[in-house]
Design a protein around this ligand. Structure first.
Ligand SMILES: Nc1ncnc2c1ncn2[C@@H]1O[C@H](COP(=O)(O)OP(=O)(O)OP(=O)(O)O)[C@@H](O)[C@H]1O
Ligand SMILES: [Mg+2]
Length: 381
């Protein structure tokens, strides 16, 4: 995990701008000057009283008072100096020491121990801060280790999905084609039941081929064909509609759209995304001819797209489940498919740093899917 440079400390406000040492100096100076001025005033007043009625005992007493005042002043001065020294050594220095240690930790040296041994209050504070540091650091290390582990196992899983689906294609192709050859060559010798069995075998193999191809597409997102650039989403939608032109025509589907923006994306994947969502909107249509609207609104640095249809809709309780791989809500003979389309769409969107979700759908009243994609930045233009 990277460490950002330390931000500058926040400026103190109001009277807090003055360091504590200056406060002490200021108050000490005011007290000293006041005491000295008070002593001088007392001595002057007493001197004036003496001049009015001079007496030898009074002069001696005045002399002693003078000495007492001077001694008192000296003691006060010594106490002030002593207090300043104590504050400096027992408070300000340890605070500066702790500040330095905290700055070192905040600067990225998270193993640096925080400790000052006096005064007691600061020693306690530093030990609390240090145990907090130790706990945060250990939790952070555990999280970093887990993230590494997750990345590694995700990589392995993707690799496994890719290799398994890739290597399974060939033997499967053989099974399908030899079973078909069996039917062609020995068809006349086979009874109806045998032909039905062959039909099931071929159908199963074809379905598995479809699954494997979908799985390959899924595991390819982010591994192969991953380059991103500024792409006109309208153009990607056009390609998707072209690919689906036969279905769109057969079903009398109408597709409308907002002004679609340029986004930072992989063109092929963006087309796949539109294609899967529109394919679903057409496949899960109601009695009426499908009407699909593709919208886009700006949301900060992203564009939020939507695909709204007037089909059979999805019950809200399935809003998360439909995005899981191979999860379908209907039997295959009613609505064909492998159940990978939305999982693939989500993977594509997340690969681009966005999110895809089902936005409120009531059965019978159509479904609206929304997703975000990063707006094409200046460097992509
Ligand atoms: N526009 C929609 N309207 C109603 N239900 C939908 C819509 N889109 C998806 N669903 C539901 O979500 C399920 C998962 O969709 P997904 O696209 O992943 O699979 P699929 O279309 O069944 O198969 P595939 O896309 O792999 O051919 C669907 O089986 C369907 O029940
Ligand atoms: Mg689908």
């Amino acid at each position: 995990m990277s460490i950002h440079p330390l931000p500058p400390p926040r400026e103190p406000t109001g009277l807090g701008k003055l360091p504590v040492a200056r406060w002490f100096l200021f108050i000490g100076a005011v007290a000293g000057v006041t005491f000295a001025a008070g002593s001088v005033v007392i001595m002057v007043l007493l001197g004036q009283a003496m001049e009015l009625q001079p007496r030898p005992e009074m002069t001696a007493q005045l002399g002693r008072l003078n000495v007492a005042l001077i001694v008192l002043f000296a003691v006060l001065l010594a106490c002030g100096a002593g207090l300043a020294l104590i504050v400096r050594h027992a408070v300000l220095k340890p605070i500066a020491q702790l500040t330095e240690q905290v700055r070192t930790v905040a600067g990225g040296d998270f193993d640096h121990t925080l400790h000052v041994d006096r005064p007691a209050e600061l020693a306690e504070l530093s030990s609390h801060i240090d145990s907090m540091r130790a706990r945060v650091v250990s939790a952070w290390r555990v999280a970093a280790d887990q993230a590494d582990e997750l990345r590694r196992s995700n990589g392995e899983l993707e690799q496994f999905a890719y290799v398994a689906s890739h290597d399974l294609q060939e033997p499967l192709r053989k099974v399908a084609s030899f079973t078909q050859m069996l039917e062609q060559r020995y068809g006349p010798q086979l009874d109806e039941r045998a032909k039905q069995y062959i039909h099931y075998a071929v159908d199963g193999a074809k379905r598995m081929q479809l699954l494997i191809n979908d799985l390959l597409d899924f595991s390819r997102v982010g591994r192969v064909t991953g380059e991103k650039s500024a792409v006109e989403s309208g153009a990607a939608l056009d390609t998707a509609l072209e690919n689906l032109s036969a279905t769109i025509e057969d079903t009398g589907t109408t597709v409308t759209r907002d002004d679609l923006p340029a986004v930072t994306a992989n063109r092929l994947q963006l087309t796949q995304l539109f294609q899967n969502l529109i394919e679903n909107a057409v496949k899960f249509r109601s009695e009426e001819p499908p009407r699909i609207h593709i919208g886009a609104v700006r949301a900060g640095a992203m564009w939020e797209f939507s695909c709204a249809d007037n089909g059979i809709g999805v019950e809200q309780k399935y809003a998360d489940r439909i995005f899981l791989i191979f999860q379908r809500l209907h039997p295959r003979d009613v609505y064909p498919g492998t159940g990978i389309g939305l999982a693939l769409c989500r993977k594509i969107v997340e690969y681009h740093g966005g999110q895809l979700w089902l936005d409120g759908s009531t059965p019978g009243q159509g479904a609206t899917f929304r997703w975000t994609l990063p707006a094409a930045g200046d460097d992509d233009d």
